[in-house]
Structure formats: C-alpha cells, structure tokens
Design a protein around this ligand. Structure first.
Ligand SMILES: CC(C)(COP(=O)(O)OP(=O)(O)OC[C@H]1O[C@@H](n2cnc3c(N)ncnc32)[C@H](O)[C@@H]1OP(=O)(O)O)[C@@H](O)C(=O)NCCC(=O)NCCS
Length: 166
C-alpha cells in the first residue's frame, strides 16, 4: 500500500537512511542533508518538524512539510510541500518538490505520490492553483505533473512552470 507520512521520530532510522542517500542535487531537487551522520540527523529532524510548524524558519522561508512516500514498510520517495507562496516561490520552485529513489523509478511512484500530495496541498494551501516547476530536460518529471492534470503555464530558457487546479 502506498501512503505519505510526514517526517517523524518514530521512523527515524529509515528516514535517516533514505535522506542520507539522496544526492546533494539531482535535476534541481536539492538535499541539504546528503551523507548526514545518524547523530546529526536527530537535530535535523527536530528542525524539519519545527519548520513545518513555522518555527525557526530561515529569513524569507515559508513553512514546509517534508513527507516520505512509503510502499508498505519501505520509503520509496519524498515530497516537500510549501504551505503558501512567497514571491520567490511564486516565480520559482512553487509549492511541491519530489524525489524517488533510483531503484524505484519508472514504476509510477512519482505519479501516484503526486496524486497523494495534491490531496494534502488542497487542504493546506490558500492559493487557487498549485504551482510546480521542472527542468525542461526532465521529461519524467514533466510527465508526472501532466499525469496529474498539470498544464504548462509558461516557460523560460531552462524550466517549465506548471500549474494544477485546486
Ligand atoms: C522525476 C522522477 C520523480 C520520476 O519518478 P518516477 O517514479 O520514475 O516517475 P513515474 O514512474 O511516475 O513516471 C512518470 C512518467 O515518466 C516516464 N519516465 C520515467 N523515467 C523516465 C526517463 N528516465 N525518461 C523519460 N521518461 C521517463 C515514465 O515512463 C512515465 O511515463 P507515462 O506517464 O507516460 O507512463 C524521478 O526520476 C526522480 O526522483 N528524479 C530526480 C529528482 C527529480 O527530478 N525531481 C523532480 C524535480 S522537478
């Protein structure tokens, strides 16, 4: 069974291993915690949970919840949900970011995970549309968005800016 669960201490061992193994950057998905040690991840997880509640946010940041996508007892991916847009997000990365582990790609996890996070987004965000963005050469990610009724709102040299009705 596929489900999303927000970052939490109960699942820390699997969350740590998953987060540690995500590269620092892949196709514009950034992981600040690549290669993080187990001890340091305690503090990181505290921060992740606090920031989802709007506490200790860096200057200019909006609250974000990090969800892990679970298939039964294994984490297969992660989805980030920004709770509302500031100007930089509106013109940039938008509400949602996602990553699926390489060994689980091409099996529909991102498409189905985006469907689940859109249900969360519809409960959380105040804007009338859900904003997303991907690199123009990231065919798989664009398909994931289009599979979920996304449309290309505009583009620039490197990126597609996609929106999905709420
Ligand atoms: C992009 C990414 C999330 C896709 O995850 P995924 O679970 O493999 O996606 P899905 O299985 O739902 O596949 C979606 C579509 O892309 C296609 N696809 C998958 N991998 C592909 C590839 N390498 N090249 C072209 N198409 C690809 C699938 O066939 C599917 O097409 P369909 O809808 O016509 O059947 C994953 O590759 C990833 O995590 N990449 C690194 C981080 C990233 O790019 N994040 C998104 C930033 S915007």
């Amino acid at each position: 069974m596929l489900y999303l669960k927000s970052a939490n201490f109960e699942d820390i061992e699997k969350e740590w291993q998953f987060q540690r193994d995500i590269p620092s950057e892949e196709d514009s998905f950034i992981n600040e915690y690549h290669d993080i040690g187990r001890e340091d991840f305690n503090t990181v997880l505290d921060t992740i949970i606090e920031q989802s509640r709007g506490v200790h946010l860096p200057e200019g940041y909006v609250p974000q919840t990090i969800f892990y996508l679970w298939n039964d007892n294994e984490i297969v991916g992660t989805f980030h949900l920004r709770h509302y847009l500031c100007e930089s997000l509106m013109n940039g990365a938008g509400h949602i970011g996602y990553y699926i582990a390489p060994e689980y790609r091409g099996m529909g996890y991102a498409t189905n995970g985006l469907k689940l996070i859109l249900e969360e987004a519809r409960k959380t965000i105040p804007e009338k549309e859900i904003f997303l963005r991907c690199d123009k050469d990231n065919t798989a990610s664009l398909k994931v968005m289009l599979n979920n009724k996304g449309y290309i709102h505009h583009e620039d040299e490197y990126k597609y800016y996609v929106r999905i009705a709420k």
